[in-house]
Design a protein around this ligand. Structure first.
Ligand code: PLP
Length: 393
């Protein structure tokens, strides 16, 4: 009998990958599947970025790099943060990591243990809760509400802090809701956090460049008063259509940086060298492809929201960021997960049930509009027929 430690009985996962596997299997059986389940841009990584990685390999960048990432890349991250937000971040505090996820993995490992509490958005990215529970800490959900435009509420968040709270995770623009928390609410949260100086904050800003309707992304880096306890999570996956490259970065407060670097040394050593050169080309090269992709998401966003609001029993708030719609399906009579499952099995449309993002996700499904407008329209048509004819299971 093998004795795997108990914490592995508590680790979760991302159901989006299970849906992807099922959708792929149905496709293999010859079914026509429209995948609105997966959270990755349906664009190719821009050519100049791919070329930079190939060149790096040809130039002999085959070895280990520093665990923290190559200096020019950390400098480019600092320059990019300055250009986008006017903030000064030392390259010495930037850590290059293999994907956005790794920052949350490290931050939660640093603060989670039995007896501690970690707060996370619900509905939210499922790995937050999974990792918190893995550490033995208590996972405290911060409800993200439709009536609040899927922004987080500073008041509700602050009210959930206890003397045991070690880490607060926030995410705007948000997965799975597309919510963007307005600056005033973030101002309020930061002001309230002054009364809780022992609480660290991890801000997941991986969709920071994907906002719409002229709304500006507000980074938590803009608040000097919390910089000594703020961990910023960002990366290349979404912005540059680079999910498979595994490229992310974090900004750490000085005392935590060393701990994060040691976690890197103890696990992956460094990020793939050629991918780091690709990341450098992404940040320092032309940004047209990013703007074009966001403009296309914006166009599809309108199509998907319009279409969803015409479906029987469905109402969809207009997402302000990321590339997800999170329609309310409670009036269809269906529970979210059986609906998502029936839509995939019976109509070939892959979506994700809201409860896969937390208990407050019941009554909603997530649709990613990282698919062509034509496919989105076909999916909406199939969903409309299904809801008009099929009784709730
Ligand atoms: N944070 C959020 C909110 C996400 O939605 C995702 C990916 O879906 C990630 C982090 C992880 O990104 P990566 O693929 O770079 O690990």
């Amino acid at each position: 009998m093998l004795h795997v430690v108990d914490s592995f009985g508590r680790i979760g996962e991302e159901n989006a990958f299970a849906v992807l596997a099922r959708a792929t299997e149905l496709q293999r059986q010859g079914k026509d599947i429209i995948n609105l389940g997966i959270g990755q841009p349906d664009f190719a990584t821009p050519e100049h970025i791919v070329e930079a990685a190939i060149k790096a390999l040809r130039d002999g960048h085959h070895g280990y790099t520093p665990a923290t990432g190559i200096l020019p890349l950390r400098e480019a991250v600092s320059a990019d943060l300055h250009k986008r937000f006017g903030v000064d971040v030392s390259p010495e505090l930037v850590l290059i990591v293999p994907g956005g996820k790794v920052t949350m993995f490290m931050a939660i490992l640093m603060f989670g243990e039995p007896g501690a509490e970690i707060m996370y958005p619900d509905p939210g990215f499922p790995i937050y809760r999974s990792m918190i529970e893995f550490t033995g800490a208590k996972a405290v959900p911060v409800p993200i509400r439709e009536e609040n435009g899927f922004a987080f509420s500073a008041e509700e968040t602050l009210a959930l802090i206890t003397p045991k709270t070690r880490l607060l995770i926030v995410n705007s623009p948000a997965n799975p809701t597309g919510g963007v928390t307005p600056k005033e609410e973030i101002d309020k949260l930061v002001a309230g956090l002054a009364a809780h100086p022992d609480v660290a904050i991890m801000s997941d800003e991986i969709y920071g460049q994907m906002t719409y309707d002229g709304l500006e992304h507000r980074t938590l880096l803009a608040y000097p008063e919390i910089r000594d306890r703020l961990i910023l999570l960002d990366g290349w996956s979404k912005t540059y259509a680079m999910t498979g490259w595994r490229m992310g970065y974090s900004v750490w407060p000085k005392p935590l940086y060393e701990a994060a670097r040691k976690l890197a040394v103890n696990s992956y050593s460094c990020v793939n060298a050629s991918a780091q050169f690709a990341g450098l080309a992404a940040l320092t090269g032309p940004q047209d492809a990013v703007h074009a992709m966001v403009a296309e998401f914006d166009r599809r966003r309108k199509i998907v929201v319009d279409g969803l609001n015409k479906l029987p029993g469905v109402s969809a708030a207009t997402p302000k960021g990321a590339f997800y719609a999170f329609p309310n399906i409670s009036k269809t009579g269906w529970k979210a997960k059986p609906l998502a499952s029936a839509l995939l099995e019976e109509t070939g449309v892959a979506t994700i049930g809201g409860p896969d993002f937390g208990v407050y996700g019941e009554g909603y499904i997530r649709l990613s509009y990282a698919n062509s407008a034509e496919n989105i329209l076909r999916a909406l048509e199939r969903m409309g027929e299904f809801l008009a004819t099929r009784k709730a299971a």
